[in-house]
Structure formats: C-alpha cells, structure tokens
Ligand binder design. Structure first.
Ligand code: ZN
Length: 613
C-alpha cells in the first residue's frame, strides 16, 4: 500500500529473531466455487484446500483469517480507529469519527463459516472476529498433507478499507482478502495477526477459482483467465455463456500469496505484452477522470524492464492494474488502485509503488505485520529508483532518494519517531508507522549503498532475489547476504537503524590553514556511528574524496559510483573527533564537506560543509 497515516496505541515488543535451522515453507492449494448475488452484495463459497506441512513440527490446530469480520461496529478495527482520534487514517473516518461505527446492519462485512472438515471429518472451530482456530481431527505430521473442505457465505462490506462494495469511484466490488485464508506457519509460529487495517502474511498457494456472477459484470483479477471466450471484456469474439443470467469466470494462479479480484459493469480491459514479460492488464472505468490510463503502456513497459534488470525478473505471466479499493494495495499478480489521477506521473507513482510490491511482498514474501519496513521500505526504494528514471527531475539531484532523506530529517524534529522493529499494527501513531516502515525501510537501503558502495548494494539485491525468490526471507537473511557481498560487518548498522531511533550527526568542527596544508577536524555529534566520505573541492573544481571507514565494518568500500576515494585510517566508533590533513593551502581550496552525495541520513546538514573564503 502507499503511505497512509493511521494512529495506533503503543505496544512494546522485543526484537524478533528469524529463521533458525533448515529452511522450509508450507504450501497450499485452493479450489473455490463462488456464487455471487450482485443485487444483495453477498456470495456463497465452497473451498477445498490441500495443505502441506513441510515444517519439522506436528500440527494439531490450524488458523484461518476471516478478514471481512472486521467491518462492523465495535470490531477491533473500529476500536482502533476510534482510539486514533482525528489524526487517524481519513479513509476510515468521517469528521474524525470511525466510519465502521455507522455501517448499516445489512452492509456489515461477514464471513459465516457453515462447516469445515478435514479429510471428510467435521472439525471444531472457534472464531475470534478475524481469526478462526480449527482443532484438527488428525494432527498433520511433518512432510505430510491434509485436505480441508469448507462452506461459507459472506456479505461484501461497505467499502471502508481496501475491500468492499461501491468504492468512492463507483467500483461495485473490490474483492480482496475475501475468502477463508489459511494462516502462515513458519519458524515464528502461526501468523495470527488480527485484522485491524494493516498488512498481511500467507503461505504461497495455487488457486483455481470459479466465480459465478451476473453476466453484465467484467472481472479483473490477479491470475490467468481460463475462459476469456465465454465472458465479457477480454475477447472481442466471446460468446457469453449465461446460465439463468449468470456466467462463470474461471481463474487460476500459481504460487501467489492471495487471490484478489474486482467486478464492475463499467470496466474496460486493455492489455499489452512487455518484451520478456509480463502481459499487463489495465482494468478500469473509462471516463474523463481516468484519461491518463491511456498513456500508461509505454511507461509500464519501461517500468518492468527497469525493475527486472535491477531487482530480478518478475516470475508470473501476467499482472493486472485494477481500479478499486481505497488507494493502492498489493495482491498476488495484481493491485487495486484508485483510478482518478491528475497526470501520468501521479498515476505511475502509484503503479510503480504497487507494482514493486510484486518483488518486495509477493516474490520475496517477508512477514509484513512483523517487519513492515522490509516490504514497504524496499518497495519505496524501488519506486524511487524507477520514478527517477521514468520522470527525471528538472534539476539533477545529488541522489534519487534525497527527498526521502529530507523528509526523514524533518520528521525526526517532531519527536514522535518509533523504532522500525515494532509490529506494524502496534505503532503509537500512524505517521510514526509510515516513517518507520516506508521511509526508514527505504533509507536502510540508501544507507547501505553509502556504507558499502552502490555496486555492492546492487549485488546484494540481486543475490537476495536469487536466493529467496518465492520464499519467505527475514531481515537476517538479507543482512547475511549484504555482509557476505561487502565483506563488512553491518550488524551495528542494522541494530541502530531498525531497533532504535538514534540518529546520525557528523560535523566539520574546525579548519586550520597552514603554509603547505590544511587540517580539518571532524566531530561525531550523533549517536549512530557511520563511515565518513569527506570531500574537498579544489579551486580548480576538482573533487577529491577521503573515505574514513568506521572501525566496526572491518573493511572499506572499494569504489562507489559517486567517485574515487583515498582511503584513510579507521575512525573508531568510540572516538569523538577525527583529524585529516590535506596537501592543499587555503587558496587552493573552494569547498570542504561531508558526503556530497547526500545519501547519509545526517540529521543536521548545516555543519557538514564549509565554503573556503
Ligand atoms: Zn506499499
């Protein structure tokens, strides 16, 4: 999702440790038959779920998510929104009051489980709003499978958050997190996060979904449409096969985290092939407010080429940008975004962000509720990287992420920063969540680029993809690769940046000009130690950078696209000041400064540069 501002109550947690022992991941296969009553905004569902336990643990219970049970008065989501006051997410509020509190009875979201069986045996289950605990008839042994069958009916909620009926642009049905979905089980245990508005986690799964709906609807979905010739919108020669005014849409998808779809009578469907993939679908209401969608094809083609080259290849055959929901949210092989856009740059900003979640959420499926900075932060980084190339700024910037660095600098002055390590749903303050996850997550990569050099960052991202595509990596897995690629110890940086709110602040304290040289005294006024790139610009406009490695890395960057270095002795992190003598006189110097690339998130830039006069 794009940055949003929601205020949540404080909840202190300790840092979670991730994967230990041999890696495994659970797998699931869903077959679902859905019968939609479009007039009443309800549907009936049948599900067969083959679940494979690849863990070394014997499972006696399983958990399912029933997300739509959140959309009713006095739900946990409602309580949370009410507790947020007027600084909460405006999408969930009207005049500062939770919109959930006033949902009419017939528009309350619901997923009513009729029954659930395991290999034909009826199971006992308990529902705590959005989480269903199911007691198994037979435990699932390590490396064995079981089959669940269940039937349920559902009420499509009033559109409050992401899913729902009649969104503000008039899309009839946004069907996201819409079916009973088995929770992820891994080294961290069952991911039984209550749904109160934020992120998701799930095992990779295959889907076969048949959706029966009034024949006038067009469906957009993240998956492969298996019968385009029998439904509306996809094939000009289609022969609509209606049965009592309804048609069945047959969708499949492989190895995705969730299957999402949307339905509207006014959709049009456009598609095009990006060379080397994917095939891109644009599903939206064609009107004056969505005109810029017509310009998206060439930008999206370039977008996928840039993303594939830098972050690893998009592995799925298709991707759909679907108008729906309440902003932008990522799902398997598709996104739901609002369709109205001022200009192509605005639309592409949203598409670039949600599209990049295919990498940092879908293909590299980190635990979002536990480590939101990994999916939102890395996605924001990819978005910044790509947008800077699709829409080059009028004036060349010191780096592609300078706006985020500046936003962080301004934000920390407010004194409400919270550590990025906190669980996504448990931040005190919505703005703090946004900065902890989106901005600090993005700057995590920007800082690493500064510390290890951009080539090492690119290689780290590449190896991270190669080793973890279609798996569930943790932050330790990423850090492991970054350390291996760079040869640096980076645990100190990870600790400071993610687990604390300590800040970086280096300065030029003093400059002494002598007859043949100049001596500069640098000072560390901050709490986070960093290597320092100190540069001089000579009066004949030559830039020379002295790289001062910080001792904890135990090595230094060899090169960086930001210029050549002269490597200096280590600056121990315990040492306050560091002096450097350069063989230039006052008249030979024009500017002295710390980090001309402006990547380092130094919170006080004023004392970083000296103009020699
Ligand atoms: Zn996002």
């Amino acid at each position: 999702m794009k940055r949003s501002f929601v205020i949540l109550f404080a909840f202190i947690i300790s840092q979670f440790q991730a994967q230990q022992g041999p890696y495994y991941q659970q797998s699931a296969k869903y077959k679902m038959d859905i019968d939609v009553n479009a007039e009443k905004f309800t549907y009936e569902g049948k599900q067969t779920l083959d679940y494979k336990n690849n863990s070394p643990d014997e499972l006696n219970v399983v958990y399912f998510h029933l997300y739509w049970n959140a959309f009713k008065p006095n739900s946990m989501m409602d309580q949370r929104v009410a507790g947020q006051g007027k600084n909460g997410d405006s999408r969930l509020q009207k005049d500062g009051i939770s919109r959930l509190a006033s949902i009419p009875k017939d528009q309350e979201g619901a997923q009513n489980i009729h029954w659930i069986k395991q290999n034909g045996k009826t199971l006992k289950f308990e529902i705590q709003e959005t989480v269903m605990k199911v007691y198994l008839a037979e435990s699932i042994k390590p490396n064995s499978s079981t089959t669940f069958t269940l039937e349920w009916d559902a009420v499509i909620p009033q559109q409050i958050r992401r899913s729902g009926r009649n969104n503000r642009e008039g899309v009839d049905m946004t069907m996201t997190q819409w079916y009973p979905k088995i929770a992820e089980y891994d080294y961290d245990g069952w991911a039984t996060f209550d749904y109160i508005g934020r992120e998701f986690h799930a095992p990779f799964a295959d889907f076969e979904v048949n959706i029966k709906i009034n024949k006038d609807y067009i469906i957009g979905a993240g998956g492969i449409l298996e019968n385009p010739t029998e439904v509306k919108g996809y094939d000009p020669n289609a022969k609509i096969k209606a049965d009592k005014n309804k048609v069945t849409w047959k969708w499949t998808a492989k190895n995705i985290l969730d299957f999402a779809w949307a339905a509207d009578k006014d959709y049009i469907v456009k598609s095009f092939d990006v060379p080397q993939g994917p095939k891109v679908f644009l599903v939206y209401q064609n009107n004056d407010k969505t005109k810029v969608w017509e310009e998206a094809q060439s930008y999206l083609t370039k977008y996928y080429q840039l993303m594939n080259a830098r972050f690893g290849k998009y592995v799925y055959p298709t991707y759909a940008f679907i108008q729906g929901g309440d902003g932008g949210m990522e799902y398997g092989m598709c996104t739901m975004i609002l369709g109205e856009a001022q200009d192509i740059e605005g639309l592409m900003g949203l598409m670039a962000h949600e599209g990049a979640h295919s990498w940092y959420q879908q293909m590299l499926a980190t635990n979002e509720p536990m480590r939101p900075w990994m999916d939102e932060g890395f996605t924001s980084y990819a978005e910044g990287y790509v947008m800077n190339q699709l829409f080059p700024p009028a004036q060349e910037l010191p780096n592609s992420f300078v706006n985020s660095v500046n936003a962080y600098r301004n934000f920390i002055k407010r004194g409400i920063e919270e550590p990025a390590v906190w669980l996504g749903d448990h931040h005190d303050n919505g703005t703090s969540y946004t900065y902890a996850s989106y901005v600090k997550g993005e700057l995590y990569l920007v800082q690493l680029g500064y510390i290890m050099g951009e080539q090492n960052l690119t290689e780290t991202l590449k190896q991270y993809y190669d080793q973890w595509v279609l798996k569930h990596p943790s932050d330790r897995d990423f850090l492991h690769i970054a350390q291996k690629v760079s040869g640096m110890d980076l645990k100190w940086f990870h600790h400071y940046w993610i687990n604390t709110t300590k800040t970086i602040d280096y300065a030029i304290k003093e400059v002494k000009y002598d007859a043949k040289s100049t001596t500069i005294t640098l000072v560390n006024n901050g709490q986070v130690p960093m290597p320092v790139d100190f540069s001089i610009i000579t009066s004949d406009k030559k830039m020379i950078t002295y790289q001062i490695p910080m001792n904890m890395t135990h090595t230094w960057k060899e090169k960086d696209e930001y210029g050549e270095f002269k490597t200096m002795p280590y600056w121990p992190w315990t040492q306050k000041e560091y002096s450097i003598t350069v063989p230039y006189t006052k008249s030979q110097l024009s500017v002295l400064g710390i980090d001309f690339s402006e990547r380092m998130a130094d919170v006080n830039m004023k004392d970083n540069f000296v103009e020699v006069k």
